[in-house]
Design a protein around this ligand. Structure first.
Ligand code: T5A
Ligand code: NA
Length: 210
């Protein structure tokens, strides 16, 4: 039973993966699943294109503006920092937050351009630590076959291959890896199980960390 009502905190659930791996599809069905259980949940995504920082990022991604690699990296990070306090208060009030991309995207994509790994990680220090990171694993060639591919700056096969390598260098044993080439329904089931357990752990008193 994950319905609201006690004073435990919500879980911070992060979905990661290459462009077109299915994060948006899965995060929205996960959100519906949690709502169906009566568990308070919100769906967030980074970049959050609604803020003024987010609009600069969006313009860069759609090739309407040019920015130095380090500048755009710091804007992606700033876009997470500007939501940090809201994130913390929501989690503390018992709401689970499903986040479509987080710090790992920041590090994986920028380091794939050749920027130093530790330099990329530094501005993420102090953001809230996820309770679970789910990586939707897809070969870059398969992702490229999916609808709408190629519209934004990073949606290039060669670049996505480098991003995949960066994710491999970044992940640790705590990450949950799901084969993103499976049918949507199968992925949904596996994701639900992982997130259910994570929410239960938070409700048993696991503390929020940075
Ligand atoms: N970025 C992001 C950084 O460089 N630094 C950062 O700090 C951050 C946060 C924008 C870009 O910014 C970069 C990474 C990105 O390049 P974004 O807006 O999240 O990030 O862009 P995408 O990851 O490309 O998001 P998309 O919405 O385009 O892809 P999704 O969400 O992974 O995939 P989804 O669910 O939209 O599905 C894509 C297609 O595949 C189909 C869907 O119907 C859709 O057509 N599909 C499946 N087909 C077959 N089998 C399945 N299981 C399927 N699941 C979905
Ligand atoms: Na995209």
């Amino acid at each position: 039973n994950l319905s609201g009502g006690n004073d435990s905190r919500g879980a911070l659930v992060v979905l990661e993966g290459l462009d077109r791996c299915g994060k948006t599809t899965q995060s929205s069905s996960l959100h519906k699943y949690l709502e169906g259980l009566g568990h308070p949940a919100e769906l967030w995504r980074f970049p959050d294109r609604t803020t003024s920082v987010g609009q600069m990022i969006s313009s860069y991604l759609s090739n309407q503006s040019q920015l130095d690699d380090r500048t755009i990296h710091l804007l992606f990070s700033a876009n997470r920092w500007e939501k940090r306090s809201l994130m913390e208060s929501k989690l503390k009030s018992g709401t689970t937050i499903i986040v479509d991309r987080y710090s790992y995207s920041g590090v994986a994509f920028s380091s794939a351009k050749g920027l130093d790994f530790d330099w990329c990680k530094a501005p993420e220090n102090g953001l809230l630590a996820p309770d679970v990171v789910v990586y939707l694993d897809i070969p870059p060639e398969k992702a490229a076959e999916r609808g709408g591919y190629g519209g934004e700056r990073y949606e290039q096969l060669e670049f996505q291959m480098k991003v995949r390598q960066s994710y491999q260098a970044l992940h640790d044993a705590s990450w949950k890896i799901i084969d993103a080439c499976q049918p949507v329904k199968d992925i949904e089931k596996q994701l639900q199980e992982i997130v259910f357990k994570s929410i239960e752990t938070c409700r048993k008193g696991k503390s929020l960390t940075c």
